[in-house]
Ligand binder design. Structure first.
Ligand code: F3S
Length: 777
């Protein structure tokens, strides 16, 4: 039966501008020589900013060309939105260049159950929520209050649309790919690009095709497809690539099932995942009040925009027959350790683990669709009839208020609670470690979740908790057995009567027959709110968690002689960093996360796990001009702070692939905050290099990598040739004059990757300063 839909919404701001996108694509196609394109290419290229300019530089080569893109929407969660908004505010714009939304989900801690947890977390994080809410009002951002649900579920229910390009400040943003779009997880600085209308740069990804045939059946779900694929590809297999699914096996799956698959593409490192437009997507759009989007997508699909062209070439094709898949369990500690259910019992025995489950958790952004919840309710009904209850704590996290209210109305919640479930708040909770778990601390134990990540300590902070990932139905069935070795497809559970009970394969409904119900609408924002410029953004002056971001001053002064004010001032070398230095080394996470919105406080962690090549110690720097009350060695942030206090700009000398790991913008903001003006590297990780440029730090590459060892802490480096470059001489030679502490002087060649636009950022002190100057000009 066609489900009753929510009342039709005004979809003006959420319908992709298909005619304009298709027009853009036609321009690109002509310039590319009309070759068949994959779906991912169509979506990406239709969002290219100024196609002629991009192609003038020699066409588009996957894995090589940098694309300048114009995303249509930005979604941010409460933890990462803080620095994104603080940066956006410092650009001085009165409204966002594209529609945006903020979702309060990561800061809610699970302990006792939905209502109490929500109230307690609101009190603990009040100042952050007040800040986000007031900034949303000021700039016209849709603000989803605590309790409204998890960012990715809300995006799927409200904003996602076939063919759209969206950025989100969370790694599972690709979840929205379930609706046939490209949704990409980024750091706050990238989100600010989109929010300020600055073209967002992405290296044209490779495209891995996943050809699906057959049909999922019995106990096998979309989660098992991605768990199986994660085993095949490993955690790095998708790096720099988009996973594009195609073939008949796509069309017999629900939209929310495809979203689960897209969500966990992040676990193989993929840029994002997508699917051609399907009848399931149309039905989901209609059921969630977005029939106008479905109608527009139908039209775009009819002209071939929402699927790959016949003969499109993939960089690699993986074949999967869904009929042959079996349920899979991945883990512990890594999402790519995949074991088919039939072999899991022997795997547990071989490892010598206790055959005991200690908790079962379902829901999260990955698996809390109506289909997931009605499937697990079916198992709960079967078990209840046999007189069974779950043997271990059984926690359920609905993905959104809409899901929570709909499953409550349809008695799903009651059926789960009848067998022992605790329903948590509509928020991330245990999935992100916001789980105040009272038992098993410090003990080895095993939990099963339907979430997406299972790194050590991720869920309960206990490094000894072995966390396995599975479909919600496998998690639920195992909760009744309480044993890791239980295979619900073949095993029975003994009953007190002496009889035994075996589950039938679960049956769920992909959409509610009575339609979705919105639930508590006070959590919801007004659709497309107008900015209220008179709103004061709430930041307490004594706050330890939030701080207004002050614009960074430009490095360039008046100058003298040849320098014309266009060379960097003489820079003191803070240290020579040895070996691997990821964004985690530069800006550690863990307890520091609470300071994400307070640059002064979080900067206290600058490079605290980096190794100083002069001496080999961690978090040790030398202060060669220490004052009477200071020592000669100190922590790295302490010495950086002293240089800042002495108004001495400084530089770092670093090794290969500096800044690998993530798009964390704090890793560029923090050195800049303490006065870093240049970083000279054997090589840079690309995203971090761009982040440095955005914050006004000049990244330079050694031409001869051996020069790395010739510069040490306390040496002074001066740029030569930068003035020519800034004055438009694109092929200017850049050199560094190094004056060692013993007075020895020499010059070394370096190279740069600064584009003309990026040079403007450097000159202005940061990309945001440049944008602000343009707005006020
Ligand atoms: Fe939240 Fe976990 Fe998803 S942290 S956004 S529920 S991955």
């Amino acid at each position: 039966a066609t489900p009753t839909a929510l009342p039709e919404k005004d979809c003006t701001s959420i319908t992709p501008p298909y005619p304009k996108l298709q027009q853009n694509l036609t321009t690109i196609r002509a310039l590319l020589g009309d070759r068949p394109l994959t779906l991912a290419e169509k979506i990406l290229y239709s969002h290219v900013h100024e196609p002629e300019r991009t192609l003038a530089n020699g066409g588009i080569k996957r894995g090589e060309t940098y694309l300048q893109l114009s995303p249509e929407r930005v979604a941010m969660q409460d933890a990462s939105a803080q620095m994104a908004l603080l940066q956006f505010m410092s650009a001085g714009m009165s409204r966002c260049a594209v529609p945006a939304s903020i979702h309060c989900d990561h800061l809610i801690q699970a302990a006792e159950g939905a209502e109490k947890d929500l109230q307690r977390s609101i009190v603990t994080n009040q100042e952050v929520f007040d800040f986000l809410e007031s900034a949303s009002r000021k700039y016209g951002i849709e603000f989803w209050k605590p309790g409204s649900g998890i960012i990715h579920q809300i995006v799927l229910e409200n904003y996602a649309a076939p063919g759209m390009l969206m950025l989100g400040t969370d790694s599972h943003t690709p979840n929205a790919g379930g609706l046939g779009m490209l949704a990409i997880g980024v750091g706050g600085a990238d989100a600010v690009d989109a929010l300020t209308g600055t073209p967002w740069e992405l290296k044209a990804p490779k495209i891995i095709g996943v050809h699906l045939t057959g049909k999922l059946n019995g106990w096998t779900t979309p989660k098992d497809l991605i768990l199986h694929l994660a085993g095949k590809l490993t955690v790095r297999g998708g790096t720099g690539a988009i996973l594009e699914y195609f073939g008949p096996g796509v069309f017999n799956q629900s939209c929310t099932g495809l979203a689960t698959v897209a969500n966990m593409g992040a676990e193989v490192g993929a840029t994002t995942s997508t699917f051609p437009y399907t009848p399931g997507m149309r039905a989901y759009l209609q059921a969630t009040g977005r029939a106008p989007v479905a109608r527009a997508a139908d039209k775009a699909a009819a002209s071939g925009f929402l699927a790959a062209d016949e003969g499109a070439e993939y960089d690699e094709v993986i074949q999967i027959n869904l009929s042959e898949l079996e349920p899979t369990i991945n883990g512990p500690f890594t999402p790519d350790l995949a074991t088919p259910l039939s072999k899991f019992g022997s795997f547990v025995r071989e490892q010598g683990w206790k055959d005991e489950l200690s908790a079962a958790l379902i829901g999260s952004c990955t698996n809390s669709s109506y289909e997931d919840m009605t499937s697990v309710a079916d198992l709960a009904r079967q078990a209840k009839k046999a007189g069974l209850k779950t043997q271990v704590p059984f926690l359920c996290t609905p993905g959104s208020e809409q899901i929570r209210a709909t499953i409550e109305r349809d008695q799903v919640t009651r059926e789960l609670e009848d067998v022992g479930a605790t329903v948590l708040a509509n928020a991330c909770g245990p999935c992100i470690g916001q789980w105040k778990r009272e038992d098993k601390q410090g003990e080895e134990n095993a939990i099963l979740t339907s979430f997406n990540r299972n790194f050590k300590s991720r869920n309960d902070g206990n490094r000894l908790t072995m966390n396995f990932l599975a479909s919600p139905t496998i998690v639920t069935a195992m909760a009744f057995a309480g044993k890791l070795s239980f295979n619900p497809m073949t095993d029975s559970i003994p009953l007190p009567s002496g009889e035994s009970f075996r589950f039938s394969p679960p049956r769920g409904k992909d959409l509610p027959e009575a339609g979705f119900t919105p639930g508590e609408t006070s959590y919801y924002p007004k659709p497309t709110p107008e900015p209220q410029p008179e709103t004061e953004v709430v930041i307490r002056p004594d706050s330890q968690r939030l701080e207004i971001l002050q614009p960074f001053p430009s490095h360039f002064g008046e100058g003298s002689g040849n320098n014309r004010g266009l060379e960097l001032p003489p820079l003191k070398v803070l240290m020579r960093v040895r070996g691997k230095c990821t964004t985690d080394h530069i800006s550690a996470a863990g307890p520091w996360l609470k300071y994400k919105g307070h640059l002064t406080n979080i900067s206290e962690n600058l490079l605290i796990t980096a190794v100083n090549d002069e001496g080999g110690d961690v978090n040790v720097a030398f202060d060669h001009e220490h004052g009477p009350s200071e020592s000669e060695t100190d922590t790295i942030p302490a010495v950086a702070k002293r240089l800042k206090a002495r108004k001495q700009p400084w530089a770092l000398v670093v090794d290969d692939n500096y800044g690998e790991g993530s798009a964390r913008e704090h890793a560029a903001l923090q050195p800049r905050f303490y006065g870093c003006a240049a970083i000279v590297a054997r090589s840079f990780a690309r995203i971090h290099e761009t982040n440095l440029k955005k914050q006004g730090i000049l990244p330079l590459w050694f031409v001869d990598k051996a020069d790395y060892s010739r510069i040490g802490s306390g040496d002074v480096i001066e740029t030569l040739g930068l003035a020519d470059l800034l004055e438009g001489k694109a092929d200017a030679d850049i050199r560094l004059r190094v004056t060692r502490r013993n007075g020895e002087q020499f010059e070394i060649p370096v190279r740069h990757t600064m584009s003309a636009d990026q040079l403007k950022w450097l000159r202005a002190g940061s990309a945001l300063n440049h944008i602000r100057a343009q707005i006020t000009a």
